[in-house]
Design a binder for this molecule. Structure first.
Ligand code: ZN
Length: 250
């Protein structure tokens, strides 16, 4: 690789390649870092939480509905026994004082039981109403989350399409530039690019490597001045291909 030679034109094209690679890197970085990704992942998480909560609330509400039905039936049963006992009492069917006392005491006990059962019924109704209210809230929130997911997805897709278009154009330009480069120079550039954080070549501008911003000393600059134009020079500091331009200060 050390003896790769390339025309000054081919070397200058490396700077264009490096710019295009930097642009592609920026576009990729932007694509991966879109705030919509985090926003969507939060919204989807919330949607899953709400879906689970709604399923649990629906099950609870169903249980409470059955419980309420049972409580109502229990109350109704006691109520009709009281009505029956009262009817017997009112009809004067019971004559023995002992039986009368028993019947009255049964009615009192049934009334206490009715009151207890009504408390149970009321408590179940309140719990069911609370579950229904929370269920309605959760369903509303899930609708809002779904709308937010839809709009964030649309926004994300729009930006992604825009970035994909820009990337496509840059990739096409890059392919066209790369096609003009000699294979050995291209191999060296790609190898350096893989080693040095996506940048394989940099301009020498006013005696400074634009890749690592090292200012070359007089000895190095003199060596570059003396080098043949087709010699491929490397930065001593960052090892990138150092491309001589009109602004190199040589
Ligand atoms: Zn450098």
């Amino acid at each position: 690789m050390a003896d790769v030679k390339a025309s000054p034109e081919a070397q200058l094209r490396l700077l264009e390649l490096a710019d295009l690679d930097a642009e592609l890197g920026r576009l990729d970085h932007r694509r991966r870092g879109l705030p919509e990704h985090a926003e969507l992942s939060e919204l989807e998480q919330r949607d899953r939480e709400l879906r689970d909560e709604i399923a649990a609330l629906e099950a609870t509400e169903g249980d409470l509905k059955r419980e309420q039905g049972k409580a109502e039936a229990d109350v109704e049963q006691v109520r009709s026994r009281i009505t029956r006992d009262r009817a017997r009492l009112d009809a004067g069917q019971v004559s023995s004082p002992k039986e009368l006392e028993n019947l009255q005491s049964e009615i009192e006990s049934l009334q206490r039981r009715q009151s207890d059962l009504e408390d149970v019924e009321l408590e179940v109704m309140e719990r069911r109403e609370a579950a229904q209210a929370r269920l309605a809230e959760a369903r509303e929130e899930r609708k809002r989350v779904a709308a937010d997911i839809q709009s964030a997805t649309a926004r994300r897709d729009e930006i992604l399409a825009e970035l994909a278009e820009q990337s496509g154009k840059a990739a096409d330009r890059r392919a066209a530039v790369a096609a003009e480069e000699p294979a050995d120079l291209m191999d060296l550039y790609e190898k350096l690019r893989a080693q040095h954080g996506g940048v394989g070549a940099a301009a020498l501008r006013r005696g400074q490597c634009q890749g690592c911003h090292l200012s070359l000393n007089t000895v190095d600059l003199n060596a570059i001045r003396a080098a043949a134009p087709d010699e491929v020079i490397r930065c001593e500091e960052c090892r990138r291909i150092l491309v001589r331009t009109a602004e190199s200060g040589l």
